[in-house]
Design a protein around this ligand. Structure first.
Ligand code: SF4
Length: 499
């Protein structure tokens, strides 16, 4: 029987989040706990100690034994089972088929088709057989996904302080996101808040990654991160870049001639550009990015592509938030004109800008727009299937929304940044106003009238507040707190338990 839980990543790839936490991959943020009882983190443990830790070794053994791990929940949700998950993607790419073409793990047929049809995956250069997975102890990893530090030049509406230093420094945005960097209280580099600037840390990465064949960098923004730039330079100067496949997630606001020259030396390059709207709307959601600067930089990257040919893939990752649901067409038209492939995804969080939070009547309009887009842009890469997938998810979303949270967040950000949502996104503004009063523009009487006419909307507004009370007050009562821990599978510290 095929292994239904195994994933190659914990065997091949070293992963960290921007706060230094070591994890099994970028989609799982459950900490790995070391023998000393502390979470494994590059600020407190060496790379070697993490890679060869008992905790990571247990993950590998459990996966080989077919156990489904709670830390991998994101790959086993109902939706990813149907549409394919990151686990399917990496297993399909990196597991070497046997003589019968079998890789030993199940991959949904739909997922295989998506991967094959899409121009966005480069053929991986290294692959590994199932029987070669375990002897990773004592060997350096071949693959790295390092997110070191949150240094970033943008403060995007869908982001949070863990991934953007600008948001961390913005009291309004940081308060809304509710996310903190959560750095360990001690730090072996003795450089306090500037730990990521430590020469020792950079030297350790360069040494530990010297056998890497796949390097993925994400943010923060890799092209403004001190560690990211030092690592690129080192791989180029030592000649290692010639045997490395490089993937970079970038906002493309900072592309220098030196960066272009450096990435040109890699064996293959995959550049994923985070661009969530066109023109003025881009500048709103990817604040304080400038569209003209972005266009110039994309031009430089396309020129590089014409030199590197099939060795480089450039694609746009368009993450839909509430703001941009009616802004898809101009962006797709621009991508069609420039010849760049697009991945259409949507933000699961933060809740105040996520599609989960769309009021019912607006959700219907967004669904209708996506249905038309699936037809009108059927010629573009996998846009139709991606639009269909988002429609499917929108239909399944039964979570209550709070239109108020989106409106209050927007009002506060507009005031702090001097932006104007209603002027920049007139279609979405109109759609919201058709559902009821815009927060701040209406009197208490207007609200009472509105909620009497639409009682379901009043309940939707009350539900998140009531739920927050149950979670925050209820959890302080010992019996309720214990029940919550058991139900949600957490330990006494609130961390998700294993398996
Ligand atoms: S199964 Fe999914 S969550 Fe687990 S390591 Fe693989 S990609 Fe990450």
């Amino acid at each position: 029987m095929k292994n239904a839980s195994l994933c190659v990543l914990p065997f091949l790839q070293f992963n960290t989040l921007p706060n230094g936490r070591a994890t099994v991959c970028c989609t799982s943020d459950t900490p790995l706990i070391g023998d000393d009882g502390r979470e494994l983190n590059i600020l407190t443990h060496t790379f070697d100690a993490i890679w060869n830790s008992k905790a990571l070794q247990e993950v590998r053994s459990d996966m080989l034994a077919g156990k489904q791990l709670r830390r991998c929940d994101s790959c086993f949700s109902e939706d990813t089972r149907i549409n394919g998950s990151m686990r399917d993607d990496v297993n399909y790419a990196l597991l070497r088929p046997d003589a019968n073409g079998d890789i030993g793990v199940d991959i949904p047929e739909k997922m295989k088709k998506n991967i094959e049809r899409s121009k966005i995956s480069l053929k991986p250069v290294f692959q590994i057989g199932l029987d070669e997975l375990m002897p990773v102890m004592g060997r350096k990893p071949k693959s790295f996904d390092l997110r070191v530090d949150n240094k970033c030049n943008l403060a995007c509406v869908i982001c949070n302080p863990r991934y953007s230093s600008l948001i961390e420094d913005d009291p309004v945005h940081a308060r809304w996101s509710g996310v903190k960097m959560d750095l360990p209280t001690t730090n072996r580099f003795n450089s306090g808040k500037n730990w990521a600037r430590s020469e020792e840390l950079t030297a350790e990465i360069l040494d530990f990654a010297n056998e890497a064949e796949y390097v993925q960098m994400a943010g923060g923004e890799p092209f403004v991160s001190r560690v990211g730039l030092a690592w690129l330079k080192h791989m180029v100067e030592t000649g290692q870049s010639r045997s490395v496949d490089l993937t970079i997630f970038t906002n493309a606001q900072h592309i220098t001639p030196r960066i272009i020259d450096q990435i040109a030396t890699f064996r293959t390059v995959r550049l994923i550009l985070s661009i969530d709207a066109y023109g003025e709307q881009y500048e709103y959601v990817r604040y304080p990015g400038k569209w003209a600067n972005l266009e110039t930089n994309v031009g430089k990257l396309l020129e590089l592509q014409s030199r590197m040919g099939a060795k480089i893939v450039i694609m746009v990752n368009f993450t839909l938030s509430i703001y941009t649901c009616f802004s898809i067409r101009p962006m797709l038209d621009w991508c069609r004109k420039t010849g760049v492939a697009v991945i259409l995804s949507f933000a699961l969080g933060p809740d105040y800008v996520s599609l989960y939070n769309l009021p019912g009547p607006v959700k219907e309009k967004v669904t209708a727009e996506l249905e038309k887009i699936a037809v009108d842009y059927a010629d573009m890469n996998t846009i139709s299937s991606q639009a269909d997938r988002i429609i499917e998810l929108l239909k399944k979303m039964s979570s209550p929304f709070s239109a108020q949270r989106f409106m209050r967040f927007t009002n506060e950000m507009d005031k702090a940044r001097g932006t104007d949502f209603h002027k920049t996104f007139p279609d979405m503004s109109r759609a919201y106003k058709e559902c009821g009063p815009w927060t701040g523009d209406a009197s208490v009487i207007d609200y009472l009238r509105h909620y009497l006419r639409h009682p379901r909307m009043a309940l939707d507004e009350i539900y998140p507040v009531a739920w927050a009370l149950v979670i925050n007050v209820g959890r302080r009562i010992p019996g309720v707190r214990k029940a919550w821990r058991v139900i949600s599978g957490r330990d006494r510290d609130g961390h998700l338990k294993q398996v």
